[in-house]
Structures are given as structure tokens and as C-alpha cells.
Design a binder for this molecule. Structure first.
Ligand SMILES: CC(C)(COP(=O)(O)OP(=O)(O)OC[C@H]1O[C@@H](n2cnc3c(N)ncnc32)[C@H](O)[C@@H]1OP(=O)(O)O)[C@@H](O)C(=O)NCCC(=O)NCCS
Length: 323
């Protein structure tokens, strides 16, 4: 009997979670790894844009992957895009074409559903995906240094962000994406999903190992700058950020406020997949490297569709949206 593609639910899902746990647990227990996945599917965006599929050989799970239904803004047009994550083949089936077959069938289904592009992050040598016509997209990770303001933190009110801020965040995201050739088109539900996912991971992690903060600066009852930051072992990852002011001065001041909260502590290493055009005056880019996970893309519908090579400066892609 040929291998079949099925939704990864019930016993198939449990097998997939057991198989993938050791690789992608992010420090969670096996129980919380399953709970974090289930909770993502209960969010408004996750319930309609995210699932997992498996290639099965009778009762055996051969390969599995996550599917995200994304909206991609590419060269000024919004396109539906299949996001592929967590591609995995059970060790006993490796090297027998399962991974390739699952991906091929997912790409065929995506075409049938009207998706125009597929994207993934490769954690392995990209050749496996290049054989399926994916090409790398350059993406830079910056290490950032913040100018410590002398005489204390800037006098600025920074509060926790919440749902009422989402529309301002979407506006800031869209404005920032306007200048890019490749960016995600981020809806309120999608932004909320991203923040929930990070908070879930922090909440399900062992106490005091990981923390996610969502902070905003408000003016006239509107969020005018915001920042989502995860801290792990003295390192900060800016998941996403924005500032109505193109120069980003409030964003830089927010980071100064955050650092001033713990003056005695060693300064954290701060990293971000920061848009090249946004460098607040208080920040200095201490190092820039390619991201460890290689973003790759391919057109689906029209294989001849030209996709002129992209430069890292032309891409806006926040770490929050890494999948
Ligand atoms: C990568 C993976 C999904 C491939 O699954 P598979 O069913 O063995 O793949 P296929 O049989 O269709 O294809 C095998 C090809 O994948 C390549 N491949 C396997 N692991 C690889 C790796 N770590 N890096 C690069 N290529 C790899 C093999 O070289 C082989 O190429 P060949 O056909 O030229 O010999 C599987 O090895 C796996 O689950 N690895 C652990 C999880 C992982 O790293 N997933 C990728 C996340 S981006």
C-alpha cells in the first residue's frame, strides 16, 4: 500500500510529538511540549491557519511537518504562502524518500488550495530543499548594543502591551513592510498568535528559565512604539518591535528603560532580526551574521515566475515570525 498523507491528530499526533520532542522541545517537558502545541491550535489564528500533517505507512508514521497558511508581501503584492516547519522523518525510515514525498504532496495540496508560494526555515544543509526548487533568502541577525543613558532611564512611560494595542502594532508593521521587497503581511490575529506562542513557551518552561515581555509606549491613548522581547540565560532576543517615528528614537529609549530596571546586573547580549532601515540613535550594531536557520522560498503556481534575487536589506522578517 502506498504511503498516505493524513492530518496529524489523535494517535498519529502523539507519535509525531514523541518523535520530534528530543529535537524541538525548547527546554519543555514532554507533557508541556504537547500542551504548548495544543494551545497554539486554540488561538484564533492557529485554529484556522496552522496544522500538522503526516505521511503514514499503515499504522507507522514515516514523516511529518507543520503547515502555516501565511500572507506574504512580495514585491508589493500580497500572496498566500505555505509555511512549512518541523519536517521530520522517523529514524527507521530515513533515506527512503519519505521526507521528499511528504514535501512534494504538501506543495501539490498548497497549489490546489490557491497558495502561490512556499517558505521554510532550513536547519540542515539547504541542498535537500534546493532539490525541491527552494532558494535561500538572505536574512541577518544583529547583535545590538544600547547606549546606556547617563543619569538614569529616560522619563518615558512604558507599560505592558495588550489586545487594544494590536491595531497600532499592525499599522507599524505594515508601514515598515512598505519599504521591503519581502515581508509578512501581519494581521491582528497573526501578531497575537506570535506573542501568545512566545508567552506559552515561556509559561510552560521550567521556572525562571525563559521570560517574554510585551511592552508599549503610549501617547494620546495610542501605542506609538512597542517591543516583544524574550530573555533566556542572560540573552535577549527582540522578537519584534516598532516605532511610529521612522528614526525609532522611542524604541531605543524603551531598551534603555528596560536595561535601567536592573542596573547592577551584567548587561544582556541583545540579538534581533532587525530591519536594516531601522536603527534607533541609541543603538549600535556590534555584529551582523546570517541567521542560523536559512529562510528559503519557492513559487508554487507559476514555476517560471521570476523572483529576482533578494538582498538582506530588502527583507523585513522578525524573529517572532520564525516557524
Ligand atoms: C531531513 C530529514 C527530514 C530527511 O528525511 P528523509 O525521509 O530521510 O529524506 P529523503 O529520504 O526524502 O531524502 C534523503 C535526502 O535528505 C538528505 N538529508 C538527510 N538529512 C540531512 C541533513 N541533516 N542535512 C542535509 N541533507 C540531509 C540526505 O542526504 C538525502 O539525500 P540523497 O537523496 O542525496 O542521499 C530527516 O533526515 C530528519 O528527520 N532529520 C531530523 C530532523 C531535521 O533536521 N529536519 C529538518 C528540519 S529543517
Amino acid at each position: 500500500m502506498p504511503f498516505q498523507v493524513v492530518p496529524a491528530t489523535g494517535a498519529v499526533l502523539q507519535q509525531v510529538l514523541d518523535d520530534t520532542f528530543s529535537l524541538w522541545n525548547d527546554g519543555l517537558s514532554r507533557d508541556n511540549y504537547g500542551k504548548a502545541w495544543a494551545a497554539q491550535l486554540k488561538t484564533p489564528w492557529g485554529s484556522t491557519h496552522l496544522d500538522r500533517v503526516a505521511l503514514v505507512d499503515g499504522p507507522h508514521v514515516v514523516s511529518s511537518a507543520k503547515r502555516y497558511d501565511l500572507s506574504l508581501r512580495l514585491d508589493g503584492r500580497n500572496r498566500r504562502c505555505l509555511g512549512i516547519g518541523a519536517v521530520f522523518t522517523a529514524p527507521a525510515y530515513r533515506g527512503r524518500g519519505g521526507g521528499r514525498e511528504l514535501l512534494t504532496r504538501m506543495l501539490e495540496a498548497a497549489v490546489a488550495e490557491g497558495q502561490e508560494f512556499a517558505m521554510l526555515f532550513s536547519e540542515i544543509a539547504p541542498a535537500f530543499y534546493e532539490r525541491l526548487d527552494f532558494v535561500p533568502v538572505p536574512l541577518a541577525e544583529w547583535t545590538i548594543e544600547v547606549d546606556q543613558k547617563r543619569g538614569g532611564a529616560p522619563a518615558m512611560l512604558v507599560r505592558s502591551g495588550d489586545d487594544r494595542d494590536l491595531h497600532n502594532i499592525v499599522e507599524m508593521s505594515a508601514k515598515r513592510a512598505e519599504g521591503a521587497r519581502l515581508a509578512l503581511d501581519r494581521s491582528e490575529d497573526f501578531v497575537k498568535f506570535g506573542i501568545s506562542r512566545k508567552r506559552l513557551l515561556s509559561g510552560f518552561s521550567p521556572a525562571a528559565t525563559r521570560d517574554t515581555e510585551f511592552l508599549v509606549v503610549e501617547e494620546g491613548h495610542q501605542a506609538v512604539a512597542y517591543l516583544v522581547c524574550t530573555s533566556i540565560d542572560g540573552r535577549w532576543i527582540i522578537e519584534e518591535a516598532g516605532d511610529r517615528d521612522p528614526a525609532g528614537a522611542r524604541l531605543g529609549a524603551m531598551l534603555q528603560v528596560m536595561l535601567a530596571r536592573t542596573p547592577g546586573e551584567r548587561l544582556p547580549e541583545i540579538r534581533a532580526w532587525w530591519p536594516h532601515a531601522l536603527v534607533p540613535p541609541q543603538l549600535r550594531v556590534a555584529a551582523s551574521t546570517s541567521t542560523q536557520e536559512v529562510l528559503m522560498i519557492r513559487p508554487l503556481k507559476d514555476r517560471m515566475l521570476p523572483l529576482p534575487p533578494l538582498a538582506a536589506e530588502e527583507v523585513v522578517y522578525w524573529h517572532a515570525d520564525y516557524f
